[in-house]
Design a protein around this ligand. Structure first.
Ligand SMILES: *[C@@H]1O[C@H](CO)[C@@H](O)[C@H](O)[C@H]1NC(C)=O
Ligand SMILES: *[C@@H]1O[C@H](CO)[C@@H](O)[C@H](O)[C@H]1NC(C)=O
Ligand SMILES: *[C@@H]1O[C@H](CO)[C@@H](O)[C@H](O)[C@H]1NC(C)=O
Ligand SMILES: *[C@@H]1O[C@H](CO)[C@@H](O)[C@H](O)[C@H]1NC(C)=O
Length: 425
């Protein structure tokens, strides 16, 4: 949820701005919204509220809130894990098929949605984007995950570790959206070569003239920065600024940075033409993100398992409790699962990301507390054979492998020896 006073400020600002921008006799220009990481198209505390506010304030306006996937839950998941390039392609496809947008639209992007919409402006010429408003977007990327409010902070540390260690590895680039706009100022070169999204749309390594042509067609490019943003590092990225190369402390002002002085992206032209607008407001990053991150629509919530309240988990978990036959036994699940020839579970002995790591072997805390683990063979799901696991075990179909290391840390060799050769050949 927004904090009240900031909600008022952001919403008023957007309404006024969109009013100012909506011209012509044929009604207001339609608006396309793109949400931030971990959010979705339709969350009533964020995009839903903004869509409603715009509709209330701009009579007759058509507002489309981008949803990547088939439903809001998939949309949230995709905002974390689906390649940004694919997301931009999907959005382009979606808006080009919407007849209500055929004459053009104004784009309003929130947080990473800001840079995604800019990519859309640069890569997707039709229908045209007329004005781009980026609210807390990270146009020079991020170098840090300062606050990560996911309930298990280890999760955040894990993502940070991966990003520090290998943000530009292909598999990381392809599977973690944040890596695609990870900008390491100490290693500008690896960023330029390795970043499959941000370095491309910023014309870092090669200049794509189409990007310049497209971007400079915008009538206005508005960048909103949150003065007290502790989520985005550095917050100056919201105004297209970044650390001077080689260090992580001093910021180069946009007008002194290479992207501007060499006009690699058209920003200088746009600035001279009065098209760039830098707005700042006091406050934390979008305000809704941190609590929202914890409370709403997060995919992880669907397999959140609270051992202290087993009952609320059984009734409340729309995914895990169902597939684990917790509340009711679905015989189809047993029939289907036991048809598998093998069910191999790999556990990481030093996993600090999954709590408890024994869940990787289908084990969990004994009910009522969060410390002692019940071995699978002593747990109800097994002793009552609610899911067919006992049958499978007796038939030698369950395989428990363990290896030392952090979550998903394994050597290729280990994988080939233990998985490929044993089960896949
Ligand atoms: C430039 O960008 C356009 C639009 O995404 C793309 O079609 C084209 O292949 C790019 N050109 C180069 C040289 O990368
Ligand atoms: C927010 O940032 C502005 C500008 O740097 C500063 O003047 C203000 O005191 C800050 N507010 C808070 C609550 O930290
Ligand atoms: C059991 O699962 C199957 C497959 O998802 C589903 O079609 C069926 O409706 C479920 N039955 C019950 C009783 O929930
Ligand atoms: C990882 O876990 C295993 C098994 O608990 C333990 O023997 C090993 O010392 C741990 N390694 C590290 C680096 O913590």
């Amino acid at each position: 949820m927004f904090k009240m006073e900031n909600q008022f400020y952001v919403l008023t600002f957007l309404a006024v701005y969109s009013f100012g921008l909506s011209t012509g006799n044929e009604g207001p220009i339609p608006i396309v919204l793109w949400h931030g990481m971990g959010d979705n198209c339709c969350n009533s505390g964020s995009m839903g509220a903004i869509k409603g506010m715009l509709e209330d304030n701009i009579a007759g306006v058509y507002v489309k809130s981008i949803m990547i996937g088939n439903n809001p839950i998939e949309d949230t998941e995709n905002s974390l894990f689906l390649n940004a390039n694919t997301q931009v392609e999907m959005a382009c496809d979606m808006i080009s098929k919407d007849p209500k947008l055929s004459q053009g639209y104004n784009g309003i992007g929130f947080s990473q949605g800001g840079q995604f919409l800019r990519a859309l402006a640069q890569r997707c010429p039709s229908p045209p984007m007329i004005n781009l408003i980026s609210v807390g977007g990270q146009h020079q990327g991020v170098y840090g995950l300062p606050h990560c409010y996911y309930p298990n902070h280890k999760w955040c540390d894990y993502i940070r570790k991966i990003l520090n260690f290998g943000a530009y590895f292909k598999w990381v680039q392809n599977s973690l959206v944040q890596a695609e706009y990870w900008h390491d100022p100490i290693n500008e070169d690896s960023y330029k070569k390795g970043s499959i999204f941000l370095a491309d749309i910023n014309n870092e390594d090669v200049v794509n003239k189409t990007y310049i042509q497209q971007l400079t067609k915008l009538e206005n490019f508005v960048m909103v920065k949150f003065n007290n943003d502790t989520m985005v590092e550095p917050r100056e990225s919201e105004w297209f600024e970044f650390y001077a190369p080689g260090q992580g402390k001093n910021i180069t002002p946009l007008r002194e940075s290479k992207i501007y002085t060499q006009d690699r992206l058209g920003l200088r032209q746009m600035d001279k033409a009065g098209k760039l607008h830098f707005l700042a407001l006091d406050g934390e990053h979008l305000q809704f993100e941190e609590e929202w991150w914890v409370q709403n629509s997060l995919v992880q919530a669907e397999y959140w398992h609270d051992p202290i309240n087993e009952d609320s988990y059984k009734k409340g978990s729309i995914f895990l409790a169902d597939i684990n036959n917790e509340d009711v036994v679905n015989k189809t699940y047993i029939q289907q699962l036991t048809k598998l020839e093998n069910f191999v579970m790999v556990k990481f002995n030093n996993d600090t990301m999954v709590e408890p790591r024994e869940s990787e072997w289908f084990e969990f805390y004994a009910p009522g507390q969060g410390k002692n683990i019940t071995p699978l063979r002593e747990s109800k799901i097994y002793t009552q054979d609610r899911l067919g696991l006992r049958q499978m075990d007796k038939a030698g179909k369950l395989h428990f492998l363990a290896l030392d290391g952090e979550h998903l840390q394994f050597e290729e060799e280990w994988f080939i020896e233990n998985i490929v050769k044993r089960f896949l050949l």
